[in-house]
Design a binder for this molecule. Sequence first.
Ligand code: PFF
Length: 390
Amino acid sequence: MTSAASGSVATEDGKFAREKFSSRNVFVFAAIGSAVGLGNIWRFPYVAFENGGGAFLVPYVVALLTAGIPLLFFDYSIGHRFRASAPLAFRRLNRKLEPIGWFQVLVSVIIAVYYAAIIGWAAWYAYFSLDQRFGSSLEETTSFFTGDFLQMSEESFSFDFVGNITVMIAIVWIGTIIVLALGVQKGIGRLNQFFIPLLIILFVIMVIFALVQDGAMDGLNQFFTPDWSVLTNYQVWIAAYGQIFFSLSVGFGIMITYSSYLNRKTNLTSSGLVVAFSNSAFEVLAGIGVFAGIGFLVHAGGMAWDDVQGGVGLAFFTFPALIASMPAGEVFGFLFFACLVLAGFTSMISIVEVVIAAVRDKLNINRVNGTLLVCVPLAIISLLLMPTAT
Ligand code: PFF
């Protein structure tokens, strides 16, 4: 690759040549890396459970086919055709549309700030899984998280602990800066080519681990047993569309940005279908793993079905409790949190790249300067908001 194409040196006209993924497969890995994130692991299982279990798959598939895949193709074709970041691509489509792209950049900024914190927390919890210092009952794990770990209720923070979280979030940002400063192929492409297969392997091991526990089948029954009456409830349909948007990362400018780094001749249809179906397969697999695990905890008397939570509660209250009661829970816990870190980090990279690409297109600056200009302020905001960022 010439240095111009790596985004570091300007060509004769003073512009930077657009960077490229080395092949379509690398792009597909990067797109899957963006789509598969916290939303698949901690959001989908809970949303599906709350909205009719097995019956939720009907609105989910309808949302995928009528909104997810069409919008994915829309994003791809805009990025591929106009070969630009979201604001510039929309501007090239129609001058008046540029603000849509900037709105997407703004949303990406907000997501990046809290994603970094969650990845940092998950990294600590991978480590805590080894000695299970978070306790074993749900009360203990909950108060460990809000009290000992985040120190949210304390008047004065004890900085040794909160200091550790700060260090971890700083590490997440340094990792992000290194990957993004390396550029599209050497940074984003290589990271995803390595992390996505690793994530799949670790995740499958984790799911098998959960499935062999007592109570796992009760969990799957709870998860899949359909409540068909939900199909007439419009809120369930809204939940399905919301899940698809977030999960496929469509409408955030990410797929526009990534597809702008493709060769002109690339076949986008098959890539889009591979990305969409891989994402959904991962989501259903996560539902199976998470509910097998919860089934085990209910069976062991650690919680009731009414207490099932999603999001932060699922990862940082429920999972620690089940890690503490499961045989070889250290291994299971480490795998679970390592998967959160891998899945979260590859999504985080994609969101921050939306911002960097937009700023570079606007200011015509090189890759390293663009990365620092965007990441340093965002890292500072993440670190300042951190103790209360839940
Ligand atoms: N698609 C990612 C997930 O399912 O976790 C989350 C995500 C990443 C959403 C980036 C939005 C976004 F801009």
